[in-house]
Design a protein around this ligand. Structure first.
Ligand code: ADP
Ligand code: ASP
Ligand code: MG
Length: 411
């Protein structure tokens, strides 16, 4: 008998028939003698609908009240799910974030889980019940409802699995598992049997939304056995696990991309100590995450500074850096929203050479200009014009032979 945490995403619970389908899957696990904890997302599109609704009355909506509103999406699915199970004569209990004692800080809209008291969940399990926990939500120390950020139900599931020391955490979604790249963008994407925590962390942070990044962080930190698989088939999917020698032999295991960032350039910035801090200080203080940064070589004591920020933070960033640019006498502040970031990822990069040059040649051969580059031990990212994104994903996937199970790359 195992303790299993399963999470079902929005498409998996999009309507009553699908909720019943999920309930049947869960019941099977329960009848096999397992203890089942089920984390559910809101129905597909519901969180977006609620955000739009809020904006009809208040734009931007108050963050505290927005979290109260958004948490209702998951309240609907967990209650429907449990009432269906009960109508089938099964024992089931739904728990909202505060009832499941999922404690977070007070950063509305992007709250962090700081602890989970599993007493209530364990009591329900002991009574032989199937426990359903609302994903994406928690409660702060004085009872305010918080939400964890988009895609946050993955994090709820892995955090609950870690806290319960579950034997397995399964993330059920609308594709068969984790692929070499988003299968909706490139039909040659290949389903992976397994991927390391570190590679998945990079994939998630570089745009692959199949798992939310914090969920992977928890899984790695607490060694949670994590499997991503489809709600609509019986394929075993992809295991996210510790790195092994087989993974290290492959230089590149995936291609990720994002169109979420915008580029900001400040031209003719006086090149003297403390200038970068003048620009990035206020941006950091506003909680805006700067990703890539480039500073050109200085000519005549002036330099250009270019960096990227999330698109949603562009207006605020321009306001903040525009002010500093004026104060220090920089020439102008420019911005570009038509950019995309395409990245290759692989733990094998650590011990293979020539990977960057192969990436740049593949993009060059396709006529794609690279605007910015950033690298880490296990990833290389290039910023390009967004209209070339799908082409870039395809040429990189081909260049590293990701379609085949064991890509061969000559350095
Ligand atoms: P859910 O609602 O179940 O949480 P998401 O939409 O958040 O589902 O995540 C699943 C989606 O992630 C897939 O439909 C797919 O388009 C996308 N995706 C992006 N990159 C990948 C990848 N490398 N492998 C699998 N899916 C990916
Ligand atoms: N319902 C939330 C969202 O759409 C959380 C989730 O689905 O994971 O982002
Ligand atoms: Mg998701």
């Amino acid at each position: 008998m195992a303790l299993i945490v399963q999470k079902y995403g929005g498409t998996s619970v999009a309507d009553p028939d699908r909720i019943a389908n999920v309930a049947n899957r869960v019941t099977k696990g329960w009848r096999d003698g397992n203890k089942m904890v089920v984390v559910l997302s809101a129905m597909a599109g519901e969180t977006d609908r609620l955000i739009r609704l809020s904006k009809e009355l208040a734009d931007p909506p108050d963050p505290r009240e927005l979290d109260v509103l958004l948490a209702t999406g998951e309240q609907v699915t967990v209650s429907l799910f449990s009432m269906f199970l009960r109508s089938q004569g099964l024992e089931a209990t739904s728990l909202l974030g505060h009832q499941a004692c999922i404690y977070t800080d007070r950063s509305y809209g992007r709250a962090r889980i700081i602890g989970i008291d599993t007493t209530r969940i364990r009591e329900e399990l002991k009574k032989g019940r199937i426990v359903t926990v609302a994903g994406f939500q928690g409660v702060d120390e004085i009872g305010n409802i918080t939400t964890l950020g988009r895609g946050g139900s993955d994090t709820t599931a892995v955090a609950v699995a870690a806290a319960l020391k579950a034997d397995l955490c399964e993330i059920y979604t609308d594709v068969e598992g984790i692929y070499t790249t988003d299968p909706r963008i490139y039909s040659k994407a290949r389903l992976l049997d397994k991927i390391s925590y570190d590679e998945m962390l990079e994939m998630a942070s570089l745009g692959a939304k199949v798992l939310e990044i914090r969920s992977v962080g928890f899984a790695k930190q607490y060694n949670v056995p994590l499997r991503v698989r489809s709600t609509f088939s019986n394929h075993p999917g992809t295991l996210v696990c510790k790195e092994d020698a087989e993974m290290e032999a492959i230089p590149v295991s995936g291609v990720a991309f994002s169109t979420n960032e915008a580029r900001v350039s400040i031209t003719r910035v006086p090149d003297r100590p403390g200038i970068a801090a003048r620009f990035f200080g206020p941006v950091a203080k506003a909680n805006i995450v700067v990703d890539l940064i480039i500073q050109n070589t200085s000519i005549d004591g002036f330099t250009d500074l270019t960096f990227t920020v999330p698109k949603g933070d562009l207006a605020k960033t321009l306001e903040l850096v525009g002010q500093v640019a004026k104060e220090i006498g920089a020439e102008k502040v420019l911005s570009d929203e038509h950019i995309a970031k395409v990245s290759i990822i692989g733990v094998g990069m650590r011990n293979h050479s020539g990977i960057a040059s192969r990436m740049f040649s593949a993009l060059a051969d396709a006529g794609i200009n690279i605007m910015m580059i950033s690298t880490s031990e296990i990833k290389i990212s290039s910023v390009i014009e967004d209209k070339y994104l799908e082409l870039a994903v395809r040429v990189l996937h081909d260049a590293f032979g990701l379609e085949q199970a064991r890509p061969t790359v000559q350095a």
